[in-house]
Design a protein around this ligand. Structure first.
Ligand code: AMP
Ligand code: MG
Length: 503
């Protein structure tokens, strides 16, 4: 099968991974293939989605040039450090240069045991892998950086979880699989040589302008922090809860990675948490920016041995201060990205003037407070605000149990829009149209995702998955065909909803 692999990780970073082979799947069957992504990768060869595709994407017949490896990494999971995690059920099979010239990893997830599997079986189930397709494609369509699914193949092998489930292998495409935890692995071992090789590789791959500059380590820290600030701001503005922001699930590329117990908020509640294992609410919706900063501090610690050897006390203190300056700048970067996204969602001019910034932030905060107080559906509230911009306030009002509480806020917002229009702003119709491009109608609602996955996993029925996926790929369109995907789950369903890591 003709794939032009160029495997830089395998070639340049011997010692940072272990070569391993995927397990044989007894009865491979292709459940999903992403034609658009394949085209982006230059892999739109009919052979890749033809009869041999199932064997290929289940791991039975690796394409020529593939060099499967399990990457080593560590990580803080729920705040506790595990010095050795690594690819326990994943394999990087190779890298390609896509049509736009970007290097992309192609990796399997669920392809069997590796030397990093610990007690795990190395497997994945159909449901969680199709879930990764749905949520990843939804994020991509929303314009949020993410790893993406190229294919899902059922293996024909049962996987034992709370109950027996059909097994599957996901083929995941990523800007890279470098994580905060990759650095932590070598820093924790005091393996300075490999830490430096990893650093040089990461800079060359993601931030090549930094190569050879003084203070490149702080430069990388800053770039990673800025990417995370932008990413988490987008999550927050989309109502997305990642669910398991462990340091091994924070990609240095700035892509969203590892769709396990993730979920989109329904009725707005900053404390929302759906993950069955997140008892303390560490990864609750509103905590995400704080956790990102915490993870970045762990990244800074892992970089420190590169710039201070610990012998020279004064030099170490200077390095710590420099790293802290970056970590302390994170909330400002995040705030800026968040507010800029909020302005677009509110239909306000992008170029916030200094004199309106504080007022706009207050306007956004007061809107969120209203949504919270009345438990209004996050996605529909924003969408109906676009209708209000276009002249129809009624659809917005019906979302509120006490719509009279909305009136003073709406008056302020209209005044603010009018000020924009007086200064050459877009006017009502164009504002409404822009807001409909900033505020999706279709998100991956939990009950729709569960319905689609249950049909696929329990009944081998892919129709609901395919229809939901099609709607998620056009999230800003509100049509009769996708109307059912815009309806919130009954409150009782959301209140009792739990997501699982899918392990
Ligand atoms: P995750 O929660 O999916 O980010 O995974 C955390 C760690 O657990 C990683 O090192 C995974 O490779 C490992 N892991 C998760 N599930 C399995 C499994 N079924 N078998 C082996 N390792 C696993
Ligand atoms: Mg992970």
């Amino acid at each position: 099968m003709p794939i032009a692999f160029d495997n830089s990780y395998a070639r340049e970073l011997a010692g940072l991974y272990v070569a391993a082979q995927p397990a044989l799947a007894p009865a491979p069957r292709l459940l999903y293939f992403n034609d658009a992504l394949a085209a982006e990768l230059g892999l739109d060869d009919p052979a890749l989605s033809g009869p041999q595709a199932a064997a290929l994407f289940a791991g039975n017949a690796l394409p020529e040039g593939a060099e499967p490896i399990a990457q080593a990494y560590a990580g803080h999971q729920f705040g506790g450090f595990s010095p050795q995690l690594g690819d326990g059920r994943a394999l990087l099979i190779g890298e390609v240069i896509d049509r736009a010239g970007r290097r992309r990893d192609i990796a399997f997830k669920g392809s069997g045991r590796t030397p990093f599997s610990r007690g795990g079986d190395g497997r994945a189930a159909v449901g969680p892998m199709l879930r990764e397709v749905l949520v990843g494609e939804a994020m991509h369509a929303l314009g949020i950086a993410t790893t993406r699914a190229l294919a899902v193949a059922a293996t024909g092998e049962p996987v034992r979880r709370e109950r027996v489930l059909p097994g599957a292998v996901l083929t995941r495409v990523a800007a890279s699989h470098l994580r905060v935890g990759t650095f932590q692995f070598f820093a924790a071992r005091g393996d300075l040589g490999n830490l430096r090789r990893l650093f040089d590789y990461t800079v060359a791959r993601h931030d090549p302008e930094l190569a050879g500059t003084p203070d490149a380590a702080f430069g990388l820290l800053r770039r990673v922090a800025q990417r995370q600030a932008g990413l988490v701001a987008q999550w927050m503005n989309a109502g997305f809860i990642h669910g398991v922001m462990n340091t091994d699930n924070m990609a240095l590329s700035g892509e969203t990675i590892d769709y396990g117990p993730c979920a989109f908020i329904e009725a707005y509640d900053p404390a929302a948490v759906f993950s069955s294992i997140d008892h303390g609410g560490r990864y609750a919706y509103a905590n995400q920016p704080k956790i990102a900063r915490w993870n970045l501090a762990r990244f800074a610690e892992a970089l420190l041995p590169l710039v201070a050897d610990g012998e020279d006390e004064a030099a170490t203190q200077r390095a710590v201060a420099q790293a802290m300056a970056v970590i302390d700048a994170f909330p400002g970067w995040y705030e800026q990205a968040l507010r800029s996204g909020q302005r677009a969602k509110l239909g306000l001019a992008a170029d916030a003037r200094a004199d309106t910034q504080a007022g706009d932030a207050q306007l956004a905060d007061d809107w969120l407070a209203l949504l919270h107080a009345q438990a209004v559906d996050w996605t529909l509230a924003w969408r109906r605000l676009a209708d209000a911009a276009g002249g129809d306030e009624q659809r917005l009002r019906t979302l509120f149990a006490e719509p009279q509480a909305l009136a003073p806020w709406l008056a302020r917002w209209r005044e603010r829009c009018a000020a924009d229009d007086a200064a050459g702003g877009p006017g009502a119709a164009e504002r409404a149209a822009r807001m409909r491009r900033a505020n999706p109608f279709v998100i991956a609602r939990n009950h729709r995702v569960e319905e689609a996955l249950a049909a696929a996993s329990d009944d081998d029925e892919l129709g609901p998955f395919e229809r939901l996926l099609a709607a998620l790929q056009q999230p800003f369109d509100e049509t009769p065909a996708n109307a059912r995907y815009g309806v919130p789950a009954p409150a009782a369903v959301t209140a009792g909803y739990q997501t699982f890591c899918g392990t």
